[in-house]
Write a protein that binds this ligand. Structure first.
Ligand SMILES: Cc1cc2nc3c(=O)[nH]c(=O)nc-3n(C[C@H](O)[C@H](O)[C@H](O)COP(=O)(O)O)c2cc1C
Length: 425
């Protein structure tokens, strides 16, 4: 992250915030007002020696810069990393352990409070490393609500990697939370490879990802991290929430596991990553890793040339799929395949290769000029849907139920194409 921020700075893309800015509500308002812009807060009153970064993975261009590729190539790079993970090396000394705090006092960290209605200050960009006794290492994001100087309450979604491992260990699950990571590790941590595949090996396949042994837990952590919180995810429960969800609506209060921190290590000049909930960084990290899974499914039924999960659809519920149409039914087949590729998808638009899938106005143009609802709209009622969608039918203990719609905005097969092509000036 240090190196990446320096690169952005050299390119004139990093905005330095030198005015005193409090992690208590102020930082969040500045990030929200400049969403998409990488920021470095250099003056955090009450936290001498600390700086805070935000927005450095808010745009696809940031990932492309980090991986040394063009934006449309990100899809292929993610797919390759999922297909060919590589074991990361373990080193003996690391920047993330330049300072080992003599005791655990979490109140010394500049943990932001994002919104007045939040349950408290939250760590939002922490990547939790765990080891499942049967499946091995797993990475996931887990938001952490500060409870007191040694404890957080962690939001652990049921049925996923961390939850499954935690349930196997009655004495508690060793966890290391890394904060302040380079873009490629954030991206890999947000991926959901098949069970048993280690996301840090996906990270290594994207870019070098050295690990170093943690100090108080039997885990290896990211050597380049800015901050590492080592500890145990206990079986004590406490209140977690409220906190804004990806959708920008408020998530409620639950009883969640308490994370007892046993060691804090960090760089000599640490930079805390403040990820705004429902901001563009959150959206990118949620949506982008689903694009290769949609791409793979659509490619089974026709030639797929691109997939974008769009920020207007909370980077989770809406996608645009671009195909090189090979036959009359390809649009409809691509719609059904896209829903198979990402179970939470609610609305999908399929376009031809002459439509810029990154440009919402161009996609809308395709709908306006190529789509007829009676012919091209596919409705799938009562499907399993996303629990993040406030309009879906949510019954506690049951899978969320949602209607799904696909719009085939490709040129109808067999009609003369000339009437559909845009004039070029
Ligand atoms: C920015 C961000 C924040 C997230 N916050 C949480 C969270 O608080 N709790 C959670 O269980 N999952 C959260 N997730 C989703 C997990 O990272 C995701 O479920 C994980 O990749 C699942 O992988 P697994 O099945 O290998 O555990 C978040 C994802 C992102 C990108």
């Amino acid at each position: 992250m240090h190196t990446f921020l320096s690169d952005l700075d050299a390119a004139g893309e990093l905005q330095h915030v030198t005015a005193p800015t409090s992690p208590y509500l102020e930082v969040a308002r500045v990030i929200a007002a400049h969403d998409g812009q990488p920021l470095l807060f250099e003056n955090l009153p009450g936290y001498p020696g600390w700086r805070m970064a935000a927005g450095y993975v808010a745009r696809r261009e940031h990932f492309a810069r980090a991986l040394g590729c063009a934006v449309p190539d990100l899809l292929r790079r993610m797919a390759e990393a999922l297909e060919h993970p590589q074991a990361p090396p373990v080193v003996n000394t690391a920047p993330c352990q330049e300072v080992v705090e003599p005791g655990v006092d979490l109140t010394r960290l500049p943990i932001p409070r994002y919104h007045p209605l939040d349950g408290g200050p939250y760590v939002t960009a922490g990547v939790a490393i765990i080891r499942d006794p049967d499946l091995g290492r797993n990475l996931s994001f887990h938001r952490l609500l500060l409870r007191d100087a040694q404890h957080f309450t962690a939001r652990i979604v049921e049925g996923r990697g961390t939850d499954t491992a935690w349930r196997k260990l009655p004495e508690g699950l060793p966890v290391a939370v890394c904060i302040g990571l380079p873009p490629h590790i954030l991206l890999a941590a947000a991926m959901s490879p098949p069970q048993g595949v280690d996301e840090s090996a996906c990270a290594q396949a994207l870019s070098p990802t050295p690990l170093v042994r943690a100090r108080t837990v039997p885990l290896a952590v990211f050597a380049e991290a800015e901050i590492v919180l080592e500890g145990i995810l206990t079986h004590d429960l406490d209140i977690e929430g409220p906190f804004p969800d990806l959708t920008g609506t408020m998530d409620g209060v639950r009883q969640q596991p308490v994370f007892r921190v046993t060691a804090i290590t960090h760089r000599r000049d640490p930079i805390f990553h403040a990820l705004l909930p429902a901001g563009l960084e959150h959206k990118n990290l949620m949506g982008m890793p689903r694009e290769p899974t949609i791409f793979a499914e659509v490619n089974k039924v026709t030639r797929c040339t691109g997939v974008v999960i769009t920020p207007g659809g909370c980077s989770w519920l809406h996608a645009v799929v671009q195909i090189d149409k090979q036959g009359a039914d390809d649009g409809g087949r691509a719609i059904a395949a896209a829903f198979r590729g990402h179970g939470s998808l609610k609305h999908v638009v399929v376009v031809d290769t002459d439509v810029d899938l990154y440009d919402p106005a161009d996609v809308e143009w395709a709908i306006a000029t190529r789509f007829q609802a009676g012919r091209d709209l596919l409705l799938f009622p009562d499907c399993p849907g996303s629990s993040l969608d406030p309009s879906a039918q949510q019954v506690p203990g049951q899978k969320t139920c949602s209607d799904k719609v696909g719009l085939d905005a490709t040129i109808p097969w067999g009609e003369p194409r000339e009437g559909y092509l845009r004039v070029k000036y």
